[in-house]
Write a protein that binds this ligand. Structure first.
Ligand code: MF3
Ligand code: CO
Length: 249
């Protein structure tokens, strides 16, 4: 079932996304060579608590952390470790909060120090796939397939691969709701976007092949060929004439 949020729920969703956006800004500002992933985790935990919100990830299906911090060939869902970030790494910080009953979800991939030209291009293409291509499709009457096709086409024309075994999702009263939002697809197919619908769109893009491996810890996802991977995610609300960005950075 696809849920449409009431006006009051939309107010709460905005507040949830505003908190998450502020927390994400602070985390991104901490990224530099020498910082431990666990330092980001500790900061996120403190910032979310100080904002009066609750982590959306901690406790989700037994996940014990607040953040997912996925570095280089790690795609998503990597628990923060004592690993030190190094000059030239790229790191995806994925974070979610619940506030006044509403979930918001957001991820960005950022450079650590100076990164290669290929890594810079990966980040740019993945960011634009979300911020430009997916966003263009966000209005009532368009479909989930319109979003997927726009993202896939853009990424593949750039010579990169979209991950298919992980997808975006509806969001609101829960972290993951219907519908699934693949980063590939066919225009016109799938559920129609309707006002009041909240969705998290999250392209995951690899420099090499699209294949990923799911690690034995039950969480970590890495590229099968070891190539670099980037991930951006935002929560959006579909409005009468378009969309509203809920997780503003
Ligand atoms: N943003 C991630 C997703 O939608 C959240 C990961 S859930 C967690 O898949 F349990 F890993 F935290
Ligand atoms: Co998500």
């Amino acid at each position: 079932m696809i849920t449409r949020l009431s006006a009051d729920e939309q107010v709460a969703l905005r507040a949830s996304g505003a908190i998450l956006g502020r927390v994400m800004n602070e985390l991104v500002a901490l990224v530099r060579p020498g910082i431990r992933l666990l330092d980001l985790e500790i900061a996120a935990d403190r910032l979310i608590t100080e904002a009066g919100a609750v982590s959306a990830f901690k406790g989700y299906k037994g996940y014990v952390n607040v953040l997912c911090t996925s570095v280089n060939e790690e795609v998503v869902h990597c628990p923060p470790s004592a690993r030190l970030l190094q000059d030239g790494d790229i790191i995806s910080i994925d974070n979610g909060v619940v506030y006044q009953g509403m979930y918001s979800d957001c991820a960005v991939t950022v450079p650590v120090g100076t990164i290669s030209t290929a890594a810079q291009r990966l980040l740019q293409v993945t960011r634009d796939a979300l911020y430009v291509e997916a966003i263009k499709m966000l209005k009532p009457g368009n479909t989930i397939g319109d979003i997927g096709q726009a993202v896939q086409r853009f990424v593949e024309r750039a010579g990169l691969s979209v991950v298919r075994s992980l997808v975006g999702h509806g969001i609101g009263h829960h972290l993951h709701e219907e519908p699934s939002i693949p980063n590939y697809g066919t225009a016109g197919r799938g559920a129609k976007l309707v006002p009041g619908m909240a969705i998290a769109i999250e392209p995951m893009v690899n420099i090499g092949g699209a294949e990923v491996e799911f690690m034995d810890d039950g969480w970590r996802v890495v590229t099968a060929d070891g190539s670099l991977s980037a991930h951006f995610e935002h929560t959006f609300l579909i409005t009468n004439d378009g969309y509203e960005l809920i997780t503003k950075l």
